[in-house]
Design a protein around this ligand. Structure first.
Ligand code: ADP
Ligand code: MG
Length: 375
């Protein structure tokens, strides 16, 4: 159904916000490290019109119902299901004193949900830019990202960091976004695989997320415990040169491996940024491979589907490959020569069929622009 079929008028405008994938810097955000996401060419589009009665009505293609609520009656968790995301955006805008009015919103997305490509941040950011656009209020993209994080943390109740929303708001085409969590700095790093005859494949391995929430909490606890034992505010403060000395001070063998992942991953991320700035994209491949090995062996958050996808991509000629996202499912990325991308993907599909895994799905990740108005 079209916007006019549902709401009886044409939309006043349309906005978009993309999903994201992190190139490298995994589980470094809550250790004050550096992350390096790109915005994906898949996005949430929202068509919107203003209404005068202080109510918000939301609908999403593929979801039947229109869900409606009054702006001034919202309280955390008062709307549940998928509409909690747009309701959370409205609640945060109201709580922050932005003069937003009622609206009809129709979402239409090609970001896969629950695959780790952050459809949730895209949905939130699309809602924010549409409501602010309708109200003709200008807010810095990085600030919108902070508002969106607050909506996901406090309204939806998901303890997410700031990377996904920042990527969806602040990325630019042809670049990866180096987001230094400690300093808050955002740096656009040239990243245009096609210019080097390369393709970045994102492969959703379709593995069910097994125990992901509890394991995530346990990883955070390990890192916090180790930082406290080392007397540093966060593991970012430990350099690779100091790693052996730091490990010798930790009594817990598991914590030691978690720390080794974080400290070496932050170094790999810094190295990847330097190589990309120097135009040496192919040389980033081995850093992807080392990142995956560290996430598999030291951080222990891979599953067979992720390992098989990475190993198969490399055996089929990929320049580099790694799991990306929180782990225990989700996606891998593989950097391949563009004329070998189809062969790499076929090899993964064949290996998955042989192992009895679900069929994977893939997209070519052109680094795209953050959220914007379409018309
Ligand atoms: P991810 O962000 O990795 O895709 P999440 O579990 O954080 O996974 O977010 C997925 C949830 O976001 C969905 O279950 C749904 O509630 C909501 N969502 C995402 N995109 C849409 C959409 N286009 N329409 C409705 N709900 C959506
Ligand atoms: Mg999400």
């Amino acid at each position: 159904m079209s916007f006019a079929d549902i709401f009886g008028t044409a939309p006043d405008g349309s906005w978009r916000a993309p999903g994201r994938v992190n190139l490298i810097g995994e589980h470094t955000d809550y250790n004050d490290g550096v992350v390096l996401p790109i915005a994906l060419p898949v996005e949430v589009v929202v068509h919107a019109s203003a209404r005068a009665d202080g109510r918000i009505a939301v609908s999403s293609v593929g979801h039947d119902a229109v869900i409606e609520f009054a702006i001034d009656e919202l309280a955390p968790h008062s709307v549940d299901g998928w509409a909690a995301y747009p309701a959370g955006a409205v609640w945060v805008l109201r709580e922050s004193g932005y003069p937003i009015g009622g609206a009809n919103l129709l979402f239409d997305s090609d970001v896969p949900t629950g695959a780790g490509l952050s459809s949730s941040a895209a949905l939130l950011c699309a809602t924010f830019v549409a409501l602010l656009g309708l109200a003709e209020v200008e807010v810095e993209p990085a600030e919108v990202a902070r508002l969106a994080q607050r909506a996901e943390n406090q309204y939806v109740g998901a303890p997410v960091g700031l990377m996904d929303q920042t990527a969806s708001m602040c990325c630019t085409a042809g670049h990866a976004l180096a987001f230094d969590i400690r300093s808050g700095s955002l740096d656009q790093i040239p990243f245009d695989p096609s210019a080097d005859g390369l393709t970045l494949l994102v492969v959703d391995v379709k593995a069910p997320h097994r125990h992901a929430d509890g394991e995530y909490a346990a990883r955070r606890q390990s890192c916090e415990r180790a930082a406290a034992q080392l007397g540093v505010p966060a593991l970012r403060s430990v350099s690779v040169d100091e790693l052996d000395a730091a490990l010798a001070k930790l009594d817990d063998e598991v914590d030691r491996r978690r720390v080794r992942h974080v400290v070496t991953e932050i170094k790999r991320t810094e190295d990847a940024i330097a190589l990309m700035k120097a135009g040496r994209l192919r040389d980033v491949g081995p850093l992807f491979n080392a990142s995956h090995a560290s996430l598999r062996d030291d951080f222990e958050i891979t599953v067979p589907e992720l390992d098989v996808a990475v190993d198969t991509a490399l055996a089929a000629g990929a320049v580099g490959a790694r799991m990306t996202g929180g782990g225990f499912g989700g996606c891998i990325i593989a950097l391949t020569a563009s004329d070998e991308a189809d062969a790499v993907l076929s090899a993964i599909e064949k290996a998955f069929a042989e192992k009895g895994f679900a069929a994977p799905s893939a997209l070519a990740a052109t680094p795209s622009d953050g959220a914007s108005r379409i018309n």
